[in-house]
Design a protein. Structure first.
Length: 302
């Protein structure tokens, strides 16, 4: 007995569906499954002396809001804070070490240092980092890290992404006229803030697709300084603030904590500075989430 036309059509559809399934082809009309791939977020931490403790507050908010940081770049105090964070990738560790940091842990004044180009040797800063960090080399750190310094001979920025963490941070924080310049592998370096106060480009070189920059407002009091140390720092601050405004434009989001009038060597206001960083970061959360959403990719699920 011959099959009726409706039966033949049903048999044909069944066989076609089975063939598609066996061939791995999606069934017509069934949407493909996709997954969201978040962009790599990098943080660019700028300079600012003791005011840079506000950057701890920014990192704390990002961690609390589950915004994963995939790369860290820092200049000057930003390199110090960045190293303390990138070492383990946990803000609590960075905050613990930062709060423990005292002026005496960094400022090893020596009259003899003046002949070498600065008032502070910086050896104590390196010792502090060597004793506090779990990972002595940049390559071993939990997060990709870069410290930005300036080659004193060529004037070109140097982005340290390999080698000893302590010496790289020291070079990045060697304020001209304040710290003795740092020699690494035969080259002499000073504070990265001279040419790159907000290292957004360095964060991108580490693979960041979204860069959140922390730009610390400069401390420029009205009175004219007379202390040689303050004069040198003031000059660098003025120059860095002008350059920083330009460099910050390379970031996707710029956070500017309201830190008030805190001198570069005032370590007594850490708590208030961290809170200022938190407040600024929370105010920037809508913008951060918007940029991350815009750069999220939709890819076929495997």
């Amino acid at each position: 007995m011959r099959a009726s036309p409706p039966l033949r059509r049903r048999t044909f559809c069944t066989m076609t569906t089975l063939a598609l399934a066996l061939s791995g082809c999606p069934h017509p009309g069934v949407p493909k499954a996709t997954k969201d791939v978040l962009p790599r977020v990098g943080i660019a931490l700028g300079g600012g002396g003791a005011r840079g403790f506000a950057e701890i507050g920014v990192l704390r908010v990002l961690e609390q809001e589950r915004i994963p940081v995939a790369a860290v770049a820092g200049t000057s105090v930003g390199a110090l804070v960045g190293a303390l964070y990138a070492d383990t990738g946990r803000v609590l560790d960075a905050e613990f070490h930062a709060v423990a940091l005292r002026e005496a842990d960094i400022f090893d004044y020596a009259i003899s240092s003046v002949l070498s180009g600065g008032l502070i040797k910086g050896e104590l800063l390196e010792e502090f980092l060597r004793t506090r960090l779990r990972n002595p080399s940049i390559e071993q750190m939990a997060l990709p890290f870069a410290a930005v310094a300036v080659d004193l001979r060529t004037g070109q920025p140097m982005i340290f992404t390999r080698g000893p963490v302590a010496s790289a941070v020291h070079a990045s924080a060697a304020i001209p006229g304040v710290f003795v310049p740092v020699t690494i592998d035969g080259k002499t370096y000073v504070d990265g803030g001279v040419v790159d106060p907000v290292p957004a480009d360095a964060a991108r070189q580490l693979g960041a697709e979204v860069v959140i920059a922390v730009a610390i407002p400069p401390d420029i009091p009205q009175e004219t300084p007379t202390n040689p140390l303050v004069i040198a720092y003031r000059a660098v601050t003025i120059m860095a603030s002008l350059i920083g405004d330009l460099r910050a434009r390379e970031a996707d989001v710029v956070i500017r904590p309201e830190v008030g009038n805190v001198s570069f060597d005032d370590f007594a206001q850490k708590k208030r500075l961290i809170e200022a960083g938190e407040a600024a970061a929370r105010a920037s959360l809508p913008e951060i989430r918007k940029v991350i959403l815009e750069k999220t990719r939709h890819e076929p699920a495997s």
